[in-house]
Design a protein around this ligand. Structure first.
Ligand code: HEM
Ligand code: HEM
Length: 211
């Protein structure tokens, strides 16, 4: 993990892309609870309009996140987020998984470490998942604009994937946000590392030295 000049772990473009993606995904999940999709007969539903436009914004935010990861010089290494094709990274991931298993079997919360292969690999999968959700949603939109209906085989498959992975999005958001809060409380590391745009925000929290 490379740090920024002010000692932060995540660069400003990373934080902005993360905020945009998180806010749009939460909007998608909330709107999905109340919307009436056009397939169910209502073509002018307000909540579905929110789902549609925030979904397009989520697509843009996900693409921006990929661009930031590909072009940034500091922050989590792309191979930590996607270790699947590197033998060395996979072995680091296996070791970290073992350490986590050992800590949990002793009813300990695993220590927070800046280099955390397991957390990074899950973050990468999360980004892939959100990109897939946004892409299947946008593909549905393109199909609808082209006059293709739900009866078209690939449109049906596309929406089935969208609905299937929706549950995993809920699980990811709840798990990821809950762990961020737990680490804030237990490991005294600041949530602001990811959620503030102030240049000095989120610098590592240090214990006050006793005298
Ligand atoms: C579903 C929406 C979200 C997605 C897709 C998402 C995705 C990600 C990704 C890909 C990273 C890794 C970034 C990197 O290392 O370059 C990350 C880190 C982080 N996220 Fe999220 N996030 C979401 C929502 C949230 C929420 C709601 C919170 C807070 C409550 C949060 C807190 C954090 C924190 C604190 C980190 C830094 C973790 C670390 O460096 O160890 N995220 N997130
Ligand atoms: C990352 C972006 C997105 C997320 C996280 C998301 C999430 C969801 C969720 C949670 C549902 C409810 C699934 C269920 O019934 O259990 C849903 C349904 C749906 N979404 Fe999205 N969505 C996204 C983008 C889009 C976009 C851009 C569109 C395009 C208009 C779209 C169109 C739909 C439609 C038509 C349904 C209803 C499917 C059905 O009931 O057959 N979504 N979405």
């Amino acid at each position: 993990m490379e740090y920024t000049s002010s000692g932060q772990r995540h660069s400003k473009p990373t934080r902005i892309a993360h905020m945009a993606l998180a806010v749009t995904i939460v909007t998608q999940l909330i709107s999905s609870l109340v919307m009436i999709p056009p397939l169910d007969g209502n073509t002018a539903d307000f909540a579905f309009a929110v789902h549609k436009y925030a979904g397009i914004a989520a697509f843009v935010a996900a693409l921006a996140f990929w661009l930031v990861i590909a072009s940034r010089r500091r922050g989590t290494h792309a191979l930590s987020l996607f270790p699947w094709f590197s033998r060395k990274r996979l072995s680091l991931l296996a070791n970290d998984l073992r350490d986590h298993g050992a800590a949990i079997s002793r009813f300990h919360i695993p220590d927070y470490r800046a280099e955390n292969p397991l957390a990074s690999a899950v973050h990468g999968l999360g980004l892939l998942l959100m990109t897939g959700m946004a892409a299947t949603g946008v593909a549905f939109l393109v199909a609808a604009r082209s006059g293709l209906g739900e009866e078209t085989a690939w449109v049906t498959a596309d929406l089935q994937l969208h609905v299937l992975f929706a549950n995993v999005v809920w699980a990811y958001l709840i798990g990821h946000a809950a762990l961020a809060v737990v680490h804030q409380i237990v490991s005294k590391r600041s949530l602001m590392e990811m959620w503030s745009l102030r240049p000095d925000a989120g610098a590592p929290v240090t214990e006050v030295q006793g005298n």
